[in-house]
Design a binder for this molecule. Structure first.
Ligand SMILES: *[C@@H]1O[C@H](CO)[C@@H](O)[C@H](O)[C@H]1NC(C)=O
Ligand SMILES: *[C@@H]1O[C@H](CO)[C@@H](O)[C@H](O)[C@H]1NC(C)=O
Length: 358
């Protein structure tokens, strides 16, 4: 239909061809719809360009169908400016029946989703219809907060930098995070907090452990991942790990202890150590290791029998239980078989006195 109108307007200019052109395209022009007959906008109807008076030409005139139209009449050109529209003349000249295409400017869309509307030049020298309404297109690209590359070096990031989202920061190994580890992208595309920084981490010289040697080169600071070993002095027992590691937070983690042995505080009585009943002189060096239990013999307060009480050695500290009474030297020398550690144990039926070891 468009090309028909275009062709028609070209031919309208060249008056000599008009009758032939209308004759060729008469089938393509809509019939004048009933009722439009008396519309003031519709010129006198015609057929095949034969019956138009006053040099008028029989042309297809939109909804009016074939109509007698005066040649040389033009509509305003350029057309009155619309808002956010672009007009494009589809015909060679803005003469009667010329077509004008109206589109929206880039970034605008037409109400109703139309691509374009077409207006035609009416015989009253006005463009038909009205300019369409063009509305700004809402941008759908998600808004986000900036992530300056140089500020993000050394980080591992999780989350999103889109408006309304949160971002979690981590640091590469050997670096520690200083600042907020989480940030939020605000409506105005700024971050809620300043970006944190990833700092190199060092550990201070490791903690001295009592009675231990530090197997390490003495320095002011140590790298993350470095290991340092502890050795306890002779006779001390290492409790805990024998090494510490410089951790990513700049600390060494738990350090060990060097625990002292205990002197067994029984001199004239047998005790049980590691399941073996020993006289003091049978105990190597007269000591037990840290953590070892020593079982002492106590006398029943009324009966001539013995019961046992266990005491642990803790870092050099081993006290005899309250019920333990160190035998006299005379008894030990002259009546060793009468020592509490040597008399018969009490029966399980014998009421054992409430232990008050501590
Ligand atoms: C962005 O918004 C926050 C809170 O709504 C405000 O504190 C901050 O000043 C704003 N920043 C800018 C650059 O407008
Ligand atoms: C020492 O005795 C306590 C209870 O009296 C027991 O829990 C612990 O396991 C014992 N320790 C050893 C090394 O036998």
């Amino acid at each position: 239909m468009d090309s028909f109108f275009l062709l028609l307007s070209v031919l309208a200019f060249i008056g000599s061809f008009i009758s032939r052109a209308t004759a060729e395209h008469v089938e393509s022009c809509p019939d004048r719809i009933p009722g439009s007959q008396r519309r003031p906008n519709c010129p006198k109807s015609c057929s095949q360009g034969k019956n138009c008076p006053n040099k008028r030409q029989c042309v297809c005139y939109g909804q009016c169908g074939l109509s007698c139209v005066a040649p040389g009449r033009t509509c305003p050109w350029p057309p009155p400016p619309g808002s956010n529209t672009v007009a494009h003349l589809l015909s060679p000249a803005p003469t009667v029946s010329a077509l004008l295409e109206i589109r929206c400017k880039p970034g605008f869309v037409m109400a109703g989703g139309l691509e374009a509307v077409t207006r035609h030049c009416q015989s009253n020298r006005q463009w038909s219809g009205e300019d369409p309404v063009c509305m700004a297109v809402l941008t759908t690209a998600p808004l986000s907060c900036p992530l300056p590359e140089e500020a993000m070096r050394g980080f591992t990031l999780q989350g999103s930098s889109a408006v309304g989202s949160s971002l979690r920061y981590g640091c590469h190994p050997g670096l520690t995070l200083v600042g907020n580890s989480e940030n939020f992208c605000l409506e105005n595309q700024t971050w809620q907090y300043p970006h944190p920084i990833c700092q190199r981490v060092f550990c201070p010289p490791p903690t001295e452990v009592d009675q231990a040697y530090l197997v390490a080169v003495k320095r002011q600071e140590y790298e993350v991942g470095e290991t340092i070993y502890y050795l306890c002095k002779k006779t001390y027992l290492l409790e805990g790990p024998n090494s510490v590691n410089c951790q990513s937070d700049g600390t060494w983690g738990p350090v060990p202890f060097c625990r002292a042995r205990c002197t067994v505080p029984a001199q004239r009585s047998r005790v049980i150590i590691g399941g073996v009943k020993l006289w003091p002189y049978e105990i190597p060096d007269g000591v037990v290791q840290h953590g070892q239990n020593v079982t002492f013999y106590c006398k029943h307060p009324e009966k001539q029998c013995s019961f046992t009480a266990v005491q642990p050695c803790f870092d050099g500290d081993l006290r005899p239980p309250d019920c333990y009474i160190e035998p006299t030297w005379i008894r030990y020398k002259l009546f060793p078989h009468r020592l509490v550690s040597e008399i018969a144990p009490c029966d399980s039926s014998d009421q054992r006195p409430e232990s008050s070891d501590q």
